[in-house]
Design a protein around this ligand. Structure first.
Ligand code: SAJ
Length: 422
């Protein structure tokens, strides 16, 4: 069986490699020529535990190849990004990458093929994908017009793996499989059955789309609850981490952890797809997004307050003031800075206090340009802990057991509850 995977990012490449490890012949397709060349040399362009070994083995055994254009196959998997349109009010989903993927595979489609949309998508995207394919190939029949008798079978099978644990979760997580007809679902189950050890559960495409959005919105709403509590507790002089651990002793309470905001490409994006599809109804989901998106600015306000306090009381002069940011990535123990609230905060602080900011980030060796522009610099943890204001932004394992004793001219802002206040 031959499989084409379109999009060789954090989802597509691991999926392609796992299929190849089960002795399927896989062609990975991406518009990024550099990534294609690297993969063909058995190397990878993304950081994910064990992925390099898996890709290397699959390429050297001849089961995995990469190219910038698709070839005929039995099944096509689409794993391209679905961002929202930046700057557009209402955070409209941008399906242009799916459309481009459809245009690239349509010419090589043959009767009997299965096309699976894996990208996280707004409700209706799978039907839209089928329409794009049907428009490009009037000689073939599709489920939206002929039902189960269609030449091409189409399903949505959203990915729910956690970055950092992708290879394990790909195999062990349950999979929700939503076909446009029951036949389409069955064809997709057969395909995934070659490596998924979790349960494959059948539904329709719209429910599968909504299911994925619901999972990430559930997490977003629950993190927003924790973030709102942290702001309330700060005002009331209560330690929010102590509060949450006490409340979580209740058998039916399980509050998540507050932080500097919510980052990554999934949890901070997917809820907007529900909001833009049902703007009147999705009130809680929208508010949760706003609460989480507002948290970086709240943290910056706290830092400005601490700086005025230190300067106003004469503890330190404005010229001498130093500020340290511990962590930049969007979550612990990874190098991924994309959509990171920690990075956003460090940038805002560096802009407010040019030349005074140092950053500790063990997973990178050069600061992003925006930080360098305001003369921020990378520092060691030891030096950073002498800064007047220390902002803990990411709970990397390097400082999980961090012990600090603060001098009179020092303040700590721990957004992750790592340092025991005692
Ligand atoms: N965060 C908190 N407090 C918490 C938990 C997380 O502030 O208690 C923050 C993190 O620091 C981070 C953000 O939320 O900035 C998101 O991190 P995450 O670890 O919760 O999730 P992601 O974005 O790495 O992966 C999520 C997962 N979804 C769910 O857990 C419901 C993953 O299973 C999905 O496959 C992935 O989104 C995706 O691709 O959609």
């Amino acid at each position: 069986e031959n499989i084409v995977v379109v999009g060789l990012g954090y989802i597509g490449l691991p999926t392609a490699a796992v299929f190849a490890s089960r002795k399927k012949r896989v062609l990975g397709v991406d518009i990024n020529v550099k990534a294609v060349n690297l993969i063909n040399q058995g190397e990878v362009h993304i950081v994910e535990p064990d992925l390099d070994m898996l890709v290397h083995a699959a390429v050297s055994e001849g089961y995995l190849r990469a190219s910038t254009s698709p070839e005929p196959a039995d099944a096509f998997l689409i794993a391209v990004p679905t961002p929202f349109k930046k700057g557009v009010a209402g955070h409209e989903p941008d399906l242009s990458y799916i459309q481009a993927a459809c245009e690239s595979i349509a010419p090589v489609l043959e009767k009997g093929n299965l096309v699976v949309l894996e990208s996280t998508s707004p409700v209706g995207a799978t039907e839209q994908m089928a329409d794009w394919l049907a428009d490009a190939r009037p000689d073939l029949s599709f489920p939206q017009s002929v039902g189960s008798a269609s030449d091409i079978r189409i399903a949505h099978c959203p990915e729910r793996v956690l970055p950092g644990h992708i290879l394990r979760e790909l195999v062990h997580n349950d999979r929700v499989i939503g076909g446009m007809t029951p036949d389409c679902s069955r064809a997709a189950v057969e395909l995934y059955g070659s490596f998924v050890e979790g349960e494959c559960i059948l539904t329709n495409a719209r429910t599968a789309e909504m299911c994925k959005l619901t999972e990430n919105s559930f997490r977003d709403v629950n993190i927003a609850f924790a973030n709102e509590l942290s702001i309330i507790c700060d005002k009331q002089g209560i330690d929010v981490w102590e509060l949450i651990s006490l409340a979580n002793r209740h058998p039916r309470v399980n509050i998540l952890q507050p932080g500097p905001g919510v980052g990554g490409h999934c949890i901070a994006v997917d809820p907007w797809f529900i909001v833009s599809g049902s703007p009147e109804e999705a009130r809680l989901i929208r508010t949760a997004r706003e609460v989480n998106d507002g948290k970086p600015e709240w943290v910056c306000g706290k830092v400005r307050g601490l700086a005025s306090e230190l300067i106003g009381s004469g503890q330190v002069s404005r010229d001498e003031l130093s500020i340290a940011c511990l962590g930049l990535s969007f979550k612990p123990d990874i190098d991924d800075l994309r959509e990171s609230p920690a990075l956003q905060i460090a940038q805002m602080i560096a802009e407010d206090f040019p030349g005074k900011v140092m950053v500790v980030e063990p997973h990178i060796n050069q600061l992003p340009g925006d930080l360098r522009r305001f003369d921020a610099r990378l520092a060691s943890l030891e030096i950073a802990l002498d800064a007047n204001i220390v902002i803990l932004l990411v709970d990397h394992k390097e400082w999980k057991q961090l012990k600090m004793s603060l001098n009179m001219d020092q303040r700590l802002l721990d957004t992750r509850g790592v340092v025991d206040p005692r």
